[in-house]
Ligand binder design. Structure first.
Ligand SMILES: [Zn+2]
Length: 337
């Protein structure tokens, strides 16, 4: 077996398959390129208006075709009207016309969208069937952030991950413990699983370790059950690391077993008027280097709020190349045309 070293970080071709670039400032892409990273930026029905996200992404895609790709998305503004499905498909078509590599669906479906009776609308609601069917027929890959980490249903002080803690402290509207009337964690997972069951021909990347970050056995069970499903690691690496402190071989075996179905990403969002370039780019690099050390080498790290030293998984080169590059190209054909 051959392995990479820490010092190979810069020379290996990599893709961050989940990093939101919502600014037309090109410096972030130039910075990424210097680190040999290309970016797949998923648009999301949140924050910067979707139309604006699309126009920003389309320009980057033209300017940096080898280093930038994006996923379109759709709003649910017209939900409940007779034109809803038509509106969503229109939005998907417009994104694909601008060279989107796929589409992203977001957690607002399941966690905040309600019907006219005030009931939460889940992803497996038949209303969405023609949309998933359209994506399947057109071979448009879907990235799905559905549900949330299990921590979202726990009190802040019981959350196992500092990233989750910070997010839900800042976003009480999505901290489901505070919304007991909303669907449960299991409801979210079941709805997503039902979509996979109903549309086995849909290329389906389940973001954030399929919202099953707390237990890789649960993830493995879904990967076995749904051959069309893959996962991205974005914003959930701490959960993986915590599990590898408890059982190193089990986590390493997971990566080797599912090496064709794991995508790498950190899920930073870069918005206009956000933090300064220097601050954001150094945070990107810090996380990229830390994750590289964890996945590619056997070096030891100390990670915030994880007790115990984190030893790198030391995955073989062939596995690293898939997780960092080949898989995202196979699913999204983003950087090889
Ligand atoms: Zn994201």
């Amino acid at each position: 077996m051959e392995y990479y070293k820490s010092s190979d970080f810069k020379s290996v071709k990599k893709v961050d398959a989940h990093l939101h670039i919502n600014t037309d400032d090109g410096r972030y892409l130039e910075f990424a390129t210097l680190q040999n990273f290309s970016i797949l930026s998923p648009n999301v029905d949140a924050g910067t208006p979707v139309e604006k996200q699309l126009s920003i992404a389309a320009v980057h895609r033209q300017n940096y075709p080898g280093n930038f790709a994006f996923l379109g998305t759709f709003t649910v503004d017209s939900f409940g009207t007779s034109g809803f499905v038509r509106s969503v498909i229109g939005q998907i078509d417009r994104a694909i016309e601008q060279d989107a590599s796929g589409v992203k669906i977001w957690k607002n479906i399941g966690m905040s969208l309600k019907d006219s009776n005030g009931r939460y609308v889940m992803a497996d609601d038949p209303i969405f069937d023609p949309i998933f069917q359209y994506l399947t027929d057109k071979k448009i890959p879907l990235m799905a952030h559905l549900g949330e980490p299990r921590n979202c249903w726990l009190p802040l002080e019981q959350m196992t991950d500092s990233g989750d803690y910070r997010y839900f402290k800042n976003h009480p509207e999505y901290h489901m413990l505070l919304h007991p009337e909303a669907p449960s964690y299991e409801d979210q997972i079941n709805a997503r699983d039902n979509v996979l069951k109903k549309f086995p021909g849909l290329t389906f990347v389940a973001s954030h370790i399929a919202s099953l970050e707390w237990n890789l056995d649960e993830v493995a069970e879904r990967l076995d059950r749904y051959p069309s499903m893959s996962i991205d690691l974005s914003a959930r690496m701490g959960h993986v690391q915590r599990q590898s402190v408890a059982d190193y071989e089990k986590v390493r075996d997971f990566f080797i077993r599912y090496q064709d179905r794991i995508l790498y990403g950190i899920d930073i969002t870069i918005s206009e008027g956000g933090d300064r370039f220097d601050t954001v780019s150094s945070e990107m690099l810090r996380r990229w280097e830390s994750d590289w050390a964890y996945l590619a080498t056997d070096s030891i790290q100390v990670i915030e709020n994880i007790s115990g030293d984190i030893r790198g998984l030391h995955l073989p080169k062939t596995v690293i190349d898939k997780v960092y590059y080949e898989n995202v190209n196979r699913y999204f054909s983003a950087f090889e045309k």
